[in-house]
Design a protein around this ligand. Structure first.
Ligand code: BG6
Length: 509
């Protein structure tokens, strides 16, 4: 059993962790994610002295770039998407460990060439054969890349090599199962790191600490006291320049199957036996196995999709989804999803989990709110003319923190109550906000800690939950049948109805 001191989460909180010398290979190195997020996150770790001196990055993509051009591109990424280069000396030292290897993912020869470069770098930079292969490519290339890495025997040594797979992992249950089989043919589950960057967010990790390191919440965390749970992940951005991917994904695949499902799991799971990766992941899988859409025969009662139409954001007019570049003018792809889920187990029987996420909503906000039951009988007059149930809100972003809403007496002669909030903010308590999730995830992967990555059965179980909605929405449909919401508003009226019908309301954020 892992003791608390050995435990990776605790060690992560208490000590600076430095991984073994290693090489990270980024497939898709000319893409946005590497430039905007991954390399800036690694450079941040470098500046924080969290990387070993030998640490090396190799970018792989089809473009015919030189090592130097790759370095320039990455520098641009760090300058534009993080807090900058800082000391030139640190950058020089980091850039000396950046290499580029042009290659075509379908071509076995390019894997040989890469393998050769990695072996040379092992002796030149002392990286000892430790490798992380990070697939930051379009999902349709995952199987090919994994099979080729397997055929080139680059993942054979399970103690030294790891495979990181970006989302989406498959596009439905069946394709996720096929992909898992491909992965299992070439490496062991202990080598596989399926990324969900939401798990790297500080407040998401704090959810476990809040629940399991405090005695006061857990006794209330069940059907006896909780009326319902609302999870909102709102974005102000539209589809941006990602129509090619987004048109075939939509909000259900892009956000719900991964990020929102993880948030539900961490909210609903039982206390794990210990904090090791498999205990936690086993509890999350149990939640997913018990979870279902509230009504699979009539999706109006459990799954609503929507699409943004033209509207206003921050006083400026913005285009509707169907007018965005690269989007089919008759597209039925959802940019908004609201779900009502139930978890069939002793703790949660009958407690609805309402989830919503969308693009072009009025606010960028991610939060989980636990809405407690009303008092059985209200003897006071309330300013709101009704009992205000207690609400515990975990803000994932922005203003990371936790707040508890409860009633107090309003000053004055009459005995009237009004809700107030008790608020904890990461920023004010610790002087820092949540931090970037990729830093944490990349570090964990280099350290061999799988806690914040999804396991094969977990990813499949999440697909199973949303399958009825996927099937219904993938079927050809009259574009007019897709509910619309104006950009800059919260949801289509159908999604209001989903929750209002139960006598509840979406939180106004
Ligand atoms: C990504 C989705 O996984 O998460 C994007 O593909 C979305 O469409 C993004 O914008 C949201 O992440 P965050 O961290 O900005 O909430």
């Amino acid at each position: 059993m892992v003791t608390l001191l050995e435990n990776p989460l605790r060690v992560g909180l208490q000590q600076e962790r430095i991984p073994e010398p290693n090489i990270i290979v980024f497939y898709g190195a000319s893409g946005d994610l590497v430039k905007r997020k991954l390399v800036p996150a690694l450079y941040h770790l470098k500046r924080e002295r969290r990387l070993p001196a030998e640490f090396t990055i190799v970018g792989v993509a089809r473009r015919d770039w030189s090592h130097d051009y790759f370095r320039e591109q990455m520098r641009e990424g760090v300058e534009s998407y993080s807090d900058g280069i800082g000391s030139e000396e640190v950058w020089r030292n980091f850039a000396e460990g950046l290499f580029y290897c042009p290659g075509n993912m379908n071509d076995p020869a390019s894997y040989q060439k890469l393998d050769q470069l990695l072996t040379e770098l092992d002796s030149k930079r002392g990286t000892r054969g430790n490798r992380v292969f990070y697939l930051s490519v379009a999902p349709e290339f995952f199987p090919e890349a994994i099979q080729q890495l397997g055929a080139a025997e680059m993942l054979t040594d399970a103690s030294k090599t790891r495979l990181v797979i970006e989302k989406p992992f498959g596009r439905d249950l069946n394709s996720a199962q096929v992909l898992n089989r491909v992965v299992n043919q070439v490496c062991k589950e202990q080598q596989v790191y399926r990324i969900d960057h939401y798990l790297g967010k500080e407040t998401v990790q704090n959810l476990m600490v809040l629940r399991f390191a405090n005695a006061i919440f857990e006794p209330l965390w069940n059907r006896q006291f909780v009326d319902h749970v609302q999870i909102t992940v709102g974005e102000t951005v539209g589809v941006e320049d990602r129509a090619g991917y987004y048109e075939s994904a939509g909000a259900l695949r892009d956000m719900v199957q991964n990020h929102l499902m993880q948030l539900v799991c961490l909210t609903a799971m039982e206390p794990p036996n210990s904090l090791d990766a498999d205990s936690i992941r086993a509890e999350k899988v149990k939640v997913l196995q018990a979870m279902r859409l509230a009504n699979i025969n009539d999706l109006d009662y459990s799954a609503i999709r929507g699409q943004y139409k033209a509207g206003w954001m921050k006083g400026k007019p913005v285009a509707g989804y169907r007018e965005e570049p690269g989007v089919n003018p008759k597209s039925t792809t959802p940019t908004y999803v609201a779900l009502k889920l139930l978890v069939d187990n002793w703790r949660w029987q009958g407690v609805p989990f309402y989830l919503r996420t969308g693009k072009r909503l009025p606010k960028k906000v991610s939060e989980i709110s636990i809405q407690f039951r009303d008092v059985p009988y209200l003897i006071f007059q309330s300013a709101a003319q009704q009992a205000n149930a207690n609400v515990l809100t975990m803000r994932i972003q922005p203003n990371e923190g936790v707040s508890l809403r409860f009633e107090v007496k309003m000053p004055g002669a009459s005995l009237r109550s009004r809700p107030v909030e008790m608020d904890f903010r990461y920023g004010s308590s610790f002087g820092v906000s949540g931090g970037e999730s990729y830093d944490r995830l990349l570090l964990d992967c280099m350290m061999g800690d799988q806690t914040l990555f999804t396991r094969a059965d977990e990813v499949e179980a999440a697909w199973r939950v949303i399958t009825p909605a996927l099937v219904a929405w993938d079927a050809p449909a009259d574009p007019d049948s897709v509910p619309q919401y104006a950009a800059g508003t919260w949801e289509p009226s159908e999604a209001e109805l989903l929750i209002n019908r139960d006598g509840r309301r979406w939180r106004r954020l």
